[in-house]
Design a protein around this ligand. Structure first.
Ligand code: ZN
Length: 307
């Protein structure tokens, strides 16, 4: 009885110990599985790179279903272990393998691979981007010593729709690849004309060339906005009933019919407004802000009446 008990106890201990040893062994194995990238070069010079945990050349070839032809040989040999160059070269018999270069050990373990691929996310992002307008300068001053720049056309930024593939690692952008781009709105060039200066001060005798109301000539040109100070009201509605618009609306004496087109500094304006002080050879240009109107001040400028 005693003996039987004893031997069954020993068996139990041996069995439990065995399980321990197996678990221990397995975990040691799991921790030590090293994966490496191995470059295999074929006799036709094609190359592949395989990821393997095997180290014996024949095992690595077999794992990748590579069978040597009769006239082929492999370096290192089939029974050899992979060297730290991680290169296998298959050549025709009699041919020297040209390269088994020593290079960095590319051995990587499973944890590093898993670490590399965690928290990598790719997103497709659509972004509307501005296309800045360009400024084009046209010189029509014919080399005149006194010139001034007139804006003939205001620049406007364009827009394009861009689709990006954005890669994030831990929410930090690591790469951005443009997949497609489409122009939604073409930018409009800003056109600046360099003109011969025709601003004539009162002292230099503007009256000599001063415009006869309703006709082309030199006018005293001022500017205004839709503020209380300029108009005594703020709704921006002109005497013609049209809403005042910058680069478009001017106030002129009643000798100009509403709708008359007038060119000042290269910009074509339309007579839409009147003003108490706008009599004789005077014109008032509507501007968006009071600051712009102040900046304009009073100028004696060539005015061309188109109709
Ligand atoms: Zn104002």
């Amino acid at each position: 009885m005693k003996n039987i008990l004893k031997s069954s106890n020993i068996r139990k201990i041996v069995f439990i110990s065995l399980i321990f040893i197996i678990i221990l062994g397995l975990s040691v194995l799991a921790g030590n599985v090293k994966l490496r990238n191995v470059n295999i070069k074929f006799s036709n010079n094609q190359e592949i790179t395989v990821l393997t945990s095997k180290t014996k050349i024949s095992d690595i070839l077999e794992e990748n279903h590579i069978v040597l032809e009769e006239d082929e040989t492999v370096t290192p040999g089939l029974d050899a272990e992979i060297t730290n160059t991680n290169k296998i070269v298959i050549t025709l018999k009699g041919e020297e393998p040209s390269e088994i270069a020593e290079n960095a050990n590319t051995e990587i373990n499973t944890e590093e691979i898993i670490e590399d691929y965690t928290n990598i996310t790719e997103k497709i992002e659509t972004v509307i981007e501005e296309i800045p307008f360009e400024t084009v300068t046209k010189d029509v001053s014919n080399g005149s010593a006194t010139t001034r720049n007139a804006i003939i056309q205001q620049g406007e930024n364009g827009e394009r729709k861009v689709i990006y593939k954005v890669t994030y690692k831990d929410d930090i952008e690591i790469s951005r690849e443009e997949l497609s781009s489409e122009v939604i709105k073409e930018p409009v060039d800003k056109i600046v004309q360099v003109q011969t200066k025709s601003v004539i001060t009162a002292r230099s005798g503007y009256s000599r060339t001063s415009g006869i109301s309703g006709q082309s000539g030199i006018y005293k040109v001022t500017a205004y906005c839709a503020c209380m100070q300029c108009c005594g009201k703020t709704n921006g509605i002109t005497a013609s009933g049209a809403k005042a618009t910058a680069n478009h609306t001017i106030a002129a004496p009643s000798t100009f019919a509403f709708g008359t087109k007038v060119v000042i500094n290269g910009i074509t304006y339309t007579v839409e407004d009147r003003g108490g002080a706008i009599q004789g050879n005077r014109i008032d240009i509507y501007m968006d802000t009071h600051a712009e109107a102040l900046q304009w001040g009073v100028r004696y400028v060539e005015v061309e009446v188109l109709n």
